[in-house]
Design a protein around this ligand. Sequence first.
Ligand code: COA
Length: 175
Amino acid sequence: MLKPFESERLLYRELLPSDAEAMFEMDSNPEVHRYLGGNPTQTIEETRRIIEMIRKQYIDNGIGRFAAILKETGEWIGWVGLKLERNVNGHETFYDIGYRLRPEFWGKGYATESARAFVDYGFNILKADKICAYADESNKASRRALEKAGLKYINTFDSDYLKKKMTNVRFGMRL
Ligand SMILES: CC(C)(COP(=O)(O)OP(=O)(O)OC[C@H]1O[C@@H](n2cnc3c(N)ncnc32)[C@H](O)[C@@H]1OP(=O)(O)O)[C@@H](O)C(=O)NCCC(=O)NCCS
């Protein structure tokens, strides 16, 4: 079990099977998937499989995306954090920082707060030598949150994965 931890307004803990309903509600929203290939989740079973896959990553990789809980209200606002990624834009293996939030919680600085918290976690707990991220080049909020967490633009590249669904260009950043 990975230890929960906190930043100013958010609590981060492992994703649990009981998060499936809230996560499905988020991931079935086309607006949430606007910059993610435009392929929102169709069934809650798909969400349950994703949660199981992430829980397996906790065991196999010692890390995976965490649930973000608003400390003040206990609400599940989305998932955030680090994932061990392989073979993206010439990077063989690296810790990727990411986030996906329910739209009612956008624009309040939570992506920035979580990105900063997980940059610290990556370097201090996981002893990462680098942390990367990539985002659709038009995803201004995501890019801005990454920059505010200290990541720097490297380059723009074509994503084979997203090109299959729609033409998209992503960009990589690193500290
Ligand atoms: C991307 C996402 C996580 C951003 O979350 P958020 O909590 O709203 O982001 P923050 O409030 O921390 O804002 C980050 C910065 O982006 C800016 N920003 C937000 N929306 C913006 C927009 N549409 N255009 C330009 N800047 C924007 C904010 O003003 C803030 O910068 P500032 O502090 O200098 O003012 C959220 O929109 C989301 O979950 N989107 C769907 C999933 C997704 O795209 N994930 C990222 C995949 S790479």
